[in-house]
Design a protein around this ligand. Sequence first.
Ligand code: ADP
Ligand code: AMP
Length: 242
Amino acid sequence: MAANLEDVPSVDLMTELLRRMKCSSKPDKRLILIGPPGSGKGTQSPIIKDEYCLCHLATGDMLRSAVAAKTSLGVKAKEAMDKGELVSDDLVVGIIDEAMKKPSCQKGFILDGFPRTVVQAQKLDEMLEKQGAKVDKVLNFAIDDAILEERITGRWIHPSSGRTYHTKFAPPKSPGIDDFTGEPLIQRKDDTAAVLKSRLEAFHKQTEPVIDYYSKKGLVANLHAEKPPKEVTTEVQKVLSS
Ligand code: ADP
Ligand code: AMP
């Protein structure tokens, strides 16, 4: 249920109104971000989301909330996630199908961490076909595995917003504290060098074929994800404006 609008401060209402007016002139976009863990998908997503008024659907974030809330989905997903393996296609397809119906996805979406198998990609195509829609672009966060351990082991996140920090590359103003809310940051249980190995194995075996799947459709744009965050943002903006 939406909050009673009379209780919402005027400045918030006006800000939201202005945002919606600006958004109404933006083209619809349906984007997929593919890349190994730590390649920068979660860092770039909020920037793209704000620029194009899209919703950001990160299956990893959704699964982690389900695990924390101990829902039946969370209970089913936990074991595979702890080991750095993929959870079953049916589980993630179900959550994406549901999430895409949100009003915030009206102008399109950024899928971050989905599809991760060719079966998921085929199921997504079927879902979109039913709505008369299709994927517009797939951003491939190409990066060498060797860079990822330092990125993953230094990552800190603010769970409720999904904001990401890094001890060396993107430090918060105070260590362990979210810049915007003052709430504590956490490290993910699977962000260790050992679990990263399984996650990378899953990426190469099961997710790289998804890049081929979309390459054949002419949808893939390759990014230099090893560059500093601002340079990656510039590359993303170039790809999306063309
Ligand atoms: P993903 O969502 O692809 O798993 P993140 O966006 O969470 O990756 O990035 C992983 C870690 O690396 C985070 O701690 C983030 O702050 C940091 N990071 C993201 N992009 C870059 C970059 N281009 N250069 C250096 N560090 C980065
Ligand atoms: P991420 O936050 O994207 O690194 O995902 C964390 C974990 O959630 C992965 O290691 C998988 O166990 C699981 N996961 C996230 N997205 C998917 C997906 N599309 N398919 C299968 N498992 C997923």
